[in-house]
Ligand binder design. Structure first.
Ligand code: HPA
Length: 273
Protein backbone atom coordinates (compact mmCIF):
# COMPACT_ATOMS: atom_id res chain seq x y z
CA UNK A 1 0.00 0.00 0.00
CA UNK A 2 1.11 3.57 -0.62
CA UNK A 3 2.87 4.94 2.51
CA UNK A 4 0.84 8.15 2.64
CA UNK A 5 -2.41 6.21 2.37
CA UNK A 6 -1.28 3.65 4.94
CA UNK A 7 -0.50 6.38 7.50
CA UNK A 8 -3.78 8.13 6.72
CA UNK A 9 -5.79 4.96 7.32
CA UNK A 10 -3.89 4.18 10.55
CA UNK A 11 -4.52 7.67 11.96
CA UNK A 12 -8.17 7.58 10.84
CA UNK A 13 -8.66 4.25 12.64
CA UNK A 14 -7.19 5.70 15.86
CA UNK A 15 -9.55 8.69 15.68
CA UNK A 16 -12.53 6.43 14.92
CA UNK A 17 -11.70 4.24 17.91
CA UNK A 18 -11.64 7.30 20.20
CA UNK A 19 -14.66 9.09 18.75
CA UNK A 20 -17.67 7.16 17.62
CA UNK A 21 -19.04 10.13 15.73
CA UNK A 22 -19.91 10.82 12.11
CA UNK A 23 -19.53 14.51 11.30
CA UNK A 24 -21.46 16.24 8.53
CA UNK A 25 -19.36 19.39 8.59
CA UNK A 26 -15.62 19.88 9.18
CA UNK A 27 -14.30 23.22 10.38
CA UNK A 28 -10.65 24.29 10.47
CA UNK A 29 -9.88 27.26 12.67
CA UNK A 30 -7.23 29.83 11.81
CA UNK A 31 -4.88 31.87 14.01
CA UNK A 32 -6.62 33.68 16.82
CA UNK A 33 -9.97 32.07 15.99
CA UNK A 34 -9.43 29.04 18.17
CA UNK A 35 -12.10 29.79 20.76
CA UNK A 36 -14.96 28.66 18.54
CA UNK A 37 -15.43 25.48 20.57
CA UNK A 38 -17.47 27.41 23.13
CA UNK A 39 -20.21 27.66 20.47
CA UNK A 40 -20.34 23.92 20.22
CA UNK A 41 -21.88 21.15 22.30
CA UNK A 42 -18.64 19.16 22.52
CA UNK A 43 -18.95 15.38 22.92
CA UNK A 44 -15.37 14.16 22.39
CA UNK A 45 -11.94 15.83 22.33
CA UNK A 46 -8.85 14.19 20.88
CA UNK A 47 -5.50 15.97 21.28
CA UNK A 48 -3.38 15.43 18.16
CA UNK A 49 -0.61 14.14 20.45
CA UNK A 50 -2.79 11.06 21.16
CA UNK A 51 -2.86 10.13 17.48
CA UNK A 52 0.33 8.25 16.70
CA UNK A 53 1.93 9.52 13.51
CA UNK A 54 -0.16 12.70 13.46
CA UNK A 55 1.69 15.99 12.79
CA UNK A 56 1.57 18.16 15.93
CA UNK A 57 1.56 21.96 15.46
CA UNK A 58 4.50 23.84 16.98
CA UNK A 59 3.09 27.38 16.79
CA UNK A 60 2.45 29.11 20.13
CA UNK A 61 -1.29 29.63 20.56
CA UNK A 62 -2.14 26.69 18.28
CA UNK A 63 -3.59 24.21 20.71
CA UNK A 64 -3.89 21.09 18.60
CA UNK A 65 -6.96 18.90 18.97
CA UNK A 66 -10.01 17.55 17.18
CA UNK A 67 -13.34 18.40 18.79
CA UNK A 68 -16.46 16.44 17.91
CA UNK A 69 -19.88 17.77 18.74
CA UNK A 70 -22.94 19.69 17.61
CA UNK A 71 -23.33 23.24 16.35
CA UNK A 72 -27.06 24.02 16.45
CA UNK A 73 -27.67 20.29 16.12
CA UNK A 74 -25.34 19.80 13.14
CA UNK A 75 -22.73 17.07 13.74
CA UNK A 76 -19.42 18.84 13.35
CA UNK A 77 -15.73 18.07 13.70
CA UNK A 78 -13.57 21.03 14.49
CA UNK A 79 -9.79 21.28 14.14
CA UNK A 80 -8.51 23.54 16.84
CA UNK A 81 -5.05 24.31 15.53
CA UNK A 82 -3.89 23.30 12.07
CA UNK A 83 -0.54 22.14 10.80
CA UNK A 84 1.39 24.57 8.61
CA UNK A 85 3.84 23.81 5.81
CA UNK A 86 6.32 26.32 7.27
CA UNK A 87 6.72 24.14 10.35
CA UNK A 88 8.69 21.77 8.15
CA UNK A 89 6.16 19.00 7.60
CA UNK A 90 5.73 17.32 4.28
CA UNK A 91 2.67 18.59 2.42
CA UNK A 92 1.09 15.15 2.70
CA UNK A 93 1.25 15.51 6.51
CA UNK A 94 -0.10 19.07 6.42
CA UNK A 95 -3.24 17.87 4.64
CA UNK A 96 -3.67 14.54 6.43
CA UNK A 97 -6.08 15.97 9.06
CA UNK A 98 -8.33 17.24 6.24
CA UNK A 99 -8.34 13.79 4.69
CA UNK A 100 -9.10 12.17 8.04
CA UNK A 101 -12.15 14.42 8.53
CA UNK A 102 -13.30 13.53 5.02
CA UNK A 103 -12.87 9.82 5.69
CA UNK A 104 -14.83 10.17 8.94
CA UNK A 105 -17.76 11.29 6.81
CA UNK A 106 -17.62 15.09 6.69
CA UNK A 107 -19.07 16.16 3.36
CA UNK A 108 -18.49 19.87 3.76
CA UNK A 109 -15.39 21.73 4.85
CA UNK A 110 -15.30 25.28 6.19
CA UNK A 111 -11.81 26.74 6.15
CA UNK A 112 -10.89 29.82 8.13
CA UNK A 113 -7.68 31.79 8.41
CA UNK A 114 -6.05 35.06 9.29
CA UNK A 115 -4.79 36.82 6.18
CA UNK A 116 -3.10 39.97 4.98
CA UNK A 117 -5.19 42.30 2.84
CA UNK A 118 -3.66 42.71 -0.62
CA UNK A 119 -6.71 44.50 -2.02
CA UNK A 120 -6.26 48.12 -0.90
CA UNK A 121 -10.04 48.55 -0.54
CA UNK A 122 -9.96 46.13 2.40
CA UNK A 123 -9.28 47.12 5.98
CA UNK A 124 -8.10 45.19 9.04
CA UNK A 125 -11.06 43.49 10.69
CA UNK A 126 -12.86 42.77 7.40
CA UNK A 127 -14.03 39.25 6.66
CA UNK A 128 -13.49 37.91 3.14
CA UNK A 129 -15.25 34.96 1.58
CA UNK A 130 -12.76 33.06 -0.59
CA UNK A 131 -14.10 32.74 -4.14
CA UNK A 132 -10.94 31.23 -5.66
CA UNK A 133 -7.26 30.76 -4.92
CA UNK A 134 -3.75 30.78 -6.34
CA UNK A 135 -1.76 27.75 -5.24
CA UNK A 136 1.38 28.03 -7.35
CA UNK A 137 3.67 29.37 -4.62
CA UNK A 138 3.43 26.21 -2.52
CA UNK A 139 3.96 22.58 -3.35
CA UNK A 140 0.76 20.83 -4.40
CA UNK A 141 -0.41 18.40 -1.70
CA UNK A 142 -1.41 16.03 -4.50
CA UNK A 143 2.17 15.46 -5.71
CA UNK A 144 3.24 11.84 -5.39
CA UNK A 145 1.44 8.63 -6.26
CA UNK A 146 -2.25 9.44 -6.61
CA UNK A 147 -4.45 8.14 -3.80
CA UNK A 148 -6.88 6.45 -6.16
CA UNK A 149 -9.13 5.55 -3.21
CA UNK A 150 -9.74 9.26 -2.67
CA UNK A 151 -9.87 10.92 -6.07
CA UNK A 152 -8.61 11.47 -9.59
CA UNK A 153 -4.99 11.88 -10.71
CA UNK A 154 -5.77 15.16 -12.47
CA UNK A 155 -8.60 16.72 -10.46
CA UNK A 156 -10.56 19.67 -11.79
CA UNK A 157 -10.08 22.86 -9.78
CA UNK A 158 -12.65 25.05 -11.61
CA UNK A 159 -14.93 25.33 -8.58
CA UNK A 160 -12.90 24.53 -5.47
CA UNK A 161 -15.11 26.87 -3.42
CA UNK A 162 -18.56 25.40 -3.89
CA UNK A 163 -20.90 27.99 -5.47
CA UNK A 164 -23.86 26.79 -3.35
CA UNK A 165 -21.91 27.10 -0.11
CA UNK A 166 -20.69 30.53 -1.21
CA UNK A 167 -24.32 31.57 -1.70
CA UNK A 168 -25.13 30.30 1.77
CA UNK A 169 -22.31 32.41 3.20
CA UNK A 170 -23.67 35.49 1.40
CA UNK A 171 -27.16 34.78 2.77
CA UNK A 172 -25.84 34.13 6.29
CA UNK A 173 -23.90 37.41 6.32
CA UNK A 174 -26.92 39.29 4.98
CA UNK A 175 -29.14 37.79 7.67
CA UNK A 176 -26.70 38.80 10.40
CA UNK A 177 -26.06 42.22 8.85
CA UNK A 178 -22.34 41.39 8.65
CA UNK A 179 -20.55 42.95 5.72
CA UNK A 180 -18.41 40.42 3.89
CA UNK A 181 -15.82 41.03 1.19
CA UNK A 182 -15.15 38.47 -1.54
CA UNK A 183 -11.89 37.65 -3.23
CA UNK A 184 -8.98 35.49 -4.25
CA UNK A 185 -6.68 34.06 -1.57
CA UNK A 186 -3.05 33.23 -2.25
CA UNK A 187 -1.11 30.80 -0.09
CA UNK A 188 2.58 31.58 0.37
CA UNK A 189 4.84 29.30 2.36
CA UNK A 190 5.69 31.65 5.25
CA UNK A 191 6.83 31.74 7.99
CA UNK A 192 8.18 35.15 6.98
CA UNK A 193 5.67 37.74 5.86
CA UNK A 194 5.98 38.87 2.25
CA UNK A 195 7.98 41.83 0.96
CA UNK A 196 6.27 44.90 -0.53
CA UNK A 197 7.51 43.83 -3.99
CA UNK A 198 5.95 40.38 -3.52
CA UNK A 199 2.66 41.96 -2.49
CA UNK A 200 2.67 44.24 -5.58
CA UNK A 201 3.30 41.13 -7.68
CA UNK A 202 0.47 39.21 -6.00
CA UNK A 203 -1.92 42.13 -6.53
CA UNK A 204 -0.99 42.23 -10.22
CA UNK A 205 -1.73 38.50 -10.38
CA UNK A 206 -5.23 39.04 -9.03
CA UNK A 207 -4.82 38.36 -5.31
CA UNK A 208 -7.04 40.01 -2.70
CA UNK A 209 -5.63 38.31 0.40
CA UNK A 210 -2.48 36.42 1.33
CA UNK A 211 -1.75 33.86 3.99
CA UNK A 212 0.16 30.73 4.89
CA UNK A 213 -2.53 28.02 4.87
CA UNK A 214 -5.92 26.96 3.51
CA UNK A 215 -5.21 26.42 -0.20
CA UNK A 216 -3.49 23.06 0.27
CA UNK A 217 -6.37 21.90 2.48
CA UNK A 218 -8.97 23.17 0.00
CA UNK A 219 -7.26 21.32 -2.88
CA UNK A 220 -7.06 18.11 -0.88
CA UNK A 221 -10.71 18.28 0.12
CA UNK A 222 -11.77 19.06 -3.46
CA UNK A 223 -9.69 16.10 -4.66
CA UNK A 224 -11.70 13.76 -2.42
CA UNK A 225 -15.04 15.29 -3.40
CA UNK A 226 -15.78 17.37 -0.31
CA UNK A 227 -17.64 20.64 -0.74
CA UNK A 228 -15.40 23.47 0.36
CA UNK A 229 -15.83 27.07 1.43
CA UNK A 230 -13.50 29.49 3.16
CA UNK A 231 -13.45 32.75 5.08
CA UNK A 232 -10.42 34.91 5.76
CA UNK A 233 -10.19 37.37 8.58
CA UNK A 234 -8.17 40.28 7.21
CA UNK A 235 -5.97 40.95 10.24
CA UNK A 236 -3.58 43.44 8.65
CA UNK A 237 -2.83 45.17 5.40
CA UNK A 238 -0.17 43.18 3.54
CA UNK A 239 3.43 44.40 3.45
CA UNK A 240 4.16 47.80 1.93
CA UNK A 241 0.58 49.10 1.95
CA UNK A 242 0.92 50.94 5.25
CA UNK A 243 4.16 52.43 6.49
CA UNK A 244 4.50 50.00 9.38
CA UNK A 245 6.15 46.61 9.92
CA UNK A 246 3.98 43.47 10.18
CA UNK A 247 3.70 41.82 13.52
CA UNK A 248 2.13 38.51 14.62
CA UNK A 249 0.79 40.30 17.71
CA UNK A 250 -1.23 42.67 15.53
CA UNK A 251 -2.61 39.67 13.64
CA UNK A 252 -3.76 38.07 16.89
CA UNK A 253 -5.18 41.33 18.28
CA UNK A 254 -7.31 42.02 15.21
CA UNK A 255 -8.49 38.39 15.04
CA UNK A 256 -9.45 38.72 18.68
CA UNK A 257 -11.35 41.96 18.02
CA UNK A 258 -13.54 40.43 15.29
CA UNK A 259 -13.96 36.96 16.71
CA UNK A 260 -17.54 37.53 17.89
CA UNK A 261 -18.80 38.54 14.45
CA UNK A 262 -16.73 35.78 12.92
CA UNK A 263 -18.06 33.10 15.27
CA UNK A 264 -21.67 34.18 14.75
CA UNK A 265 -21.20 33.97 10.99
CA UNK A 266 -19.66 30.49 11.17
CA UNK A 267 -22.51 29.26 13.39
CA UNK A 268 -25.09 30.67 10.98
CA UNK A 269 -23.31 29.00 8.04
CA UNK A 270 -23.13 25.62 9.76
CA UNK A 271 -26.79 25.87 10.75
CA UNK A 272 -27.84 26.34 7.14
CA UNK A 273 -25.64 23.88 5.26
N1 HPA B 1 0.88 37.57 5.07
C1 HPA B 1 0.84 36.24 5.19
N2 HPA B 1 0.14 35.61 6.11
C2 HPA B 1 -0.59 36.36 6.96
C3 HPA B 1 -0.62 37.75 6.89
C4 HPA B 1 0.16 38.39 5.88
O1 HPA B 1 0.20 39.63 5.76
N3 HPA B 1 -1.45 38.18 7.89
C5 HPA B 1 -1.90 37.08 8.52
N4 HPA B 1 -1.39 35.96 7.96
Amino acid sequence: MNQVYEKLIKCTEIVKAKANFEPEVALILGSGLGEYAKNMDVKVEIPYSEIEGFPVSTVAGHDGRFLFGYVNGVPTVLMKGRVHFYEGYDMTDVVMPTRIMGLLGAKKLILTNAAGGVNTEFKPGDLMMITDHVSMFVKSPLIGPNLEELGARFPDMSHVYDPELCDKIRKASEKLGTNIQEGVYVQCTGPNYETPAEIRMLRTLGADAVGMSTVCEAMTAAHMGMKVCGISCITNMAAGILDQPLDHKEVQEVADRVKDKFEKLVTEIISTI
